[in-house]
Design a protein around this ligand. Structure first.
Ligand SMILES: Nc1ncnc2c1ncn2[C@@H]1O[C@H](COP(=O)(O)OP(=O)(O)OP(=O)(O)O)[C@@H](O)[C@H]1O
Length: 240
């Protein structure tokens, strides 16, 4: 579970996120939706402790990201929208490093690395350095790192962008399994079809301000005759 209370972030006088409140429950796939520049990545960076917030609190599974950063960070796995870290490591070295960080046993890491890298089709690239990987392959390597230590909370920034159809299908299946196991799945997107197909609950943000939060059923109730998610999104984000 993630609770965000009254968070605000200014970048040199420009407000990127303004008094945002969100409750991300367990057992559901939660989509965080908004146009380019809406404040999604800024919010995710504050959730994961990458950026300090100016005001407010974020609590992840009972741990405050500012007051108990290590405890909070142990609760989640994070896949950023761009991954340019550990480029000199080979894929297998990176995954072993993650397994060491999170204390995954030899037996479990062997089994999980084999399973998830096969599922996401990067097994054949494990002996190559990450700088030779494509954007999608890097994302899959980071995703395997998250799957390897099986955190309760997943925080994924645009996770399906750049994935081929088969890998996107596999990731959607894994997200559903995680939610069905009563865990937390939070992801950002501006692809409406993905959100419509996958989410149980959504929040829509625009210009740093929350425009809607509710389940897909409530969102669909907002649809009037002849309107779809796209027209509703455009109306909520002020572009209709
Ligand atoms: N480091 C920064 N310095 C100054 N302004 C920034 C910085 N990072 C983001 N911004 C601004 O903050 C606002 C929110 O940006 P953010 O990256 O959070 O949006 P987003 O919803 O993730 O967009 P996208 O879908 O395009 O990735 C934008 O107006 C952006 O220009």
């Amino acid at each position: 579970m993630i609770t965000i209370t009254d968070i605000t972030k200014d970048y040199g006088g420009k407000t990127a996120v303004h008094n945002l409140n969100l409750h991300v429950p367990d057992g559901k796939i939660f989509g965080f939706l908004g146009p380019n520049g809406a404040g999604k990545s800024t919010t995710i960076k504050m959730m994961t402790g990458v950026l300090p917030m100016d005001t407010g609190h974020i609590v992840i599974n009972g741990a405050d990201i500012t007051e108990e950063p290590l405890k909070a960070k142990r609760q989640f796995g994070y896949v950023p929208d761009k991954s340019d870290s550990f480029l000199r490591l080979k894929g297998r070295e990176y995954l072993n490093f993650i397994a060491d960080l999170y204390g995954v046993t030899e037996e479990k890491r062997k089994e999980r690395i084999a399973y998830y890298t096969e599922e996401l089709e990067i097994h054949d690239a494990l002996e190559d350095q990450i700088h030779t990987y494509s954007h999608g392959m890097r994302q899959k390597a980071v995703l395997c790192g998250v799957l390897l230590h099986q955190p309760d909370v997943w925080i994924l920034d645009e996770p399906l962008t750049g994935l081929d159809p088969k890998s996107a299908h596999t990731l959607k299946k894994l997200m559903r399994e995680q939610a069905d196991a009563g865990k937390t799945v939070f992801f950002s997107s501006h692809v409406l079809e993905v959100v419509e197909q996958l989410c149980d609950e959504v929040a829509i943000i625009d210009k740093g301000t929350l425009r809607f939060q509710g389940d897909m059923h409530e969102l669909k109730e907002e649809f009037r005759e002849g309107r779809n998610l796209e027209s509703l999104f455009l109306e909520l984000t002020g572009d209709a």
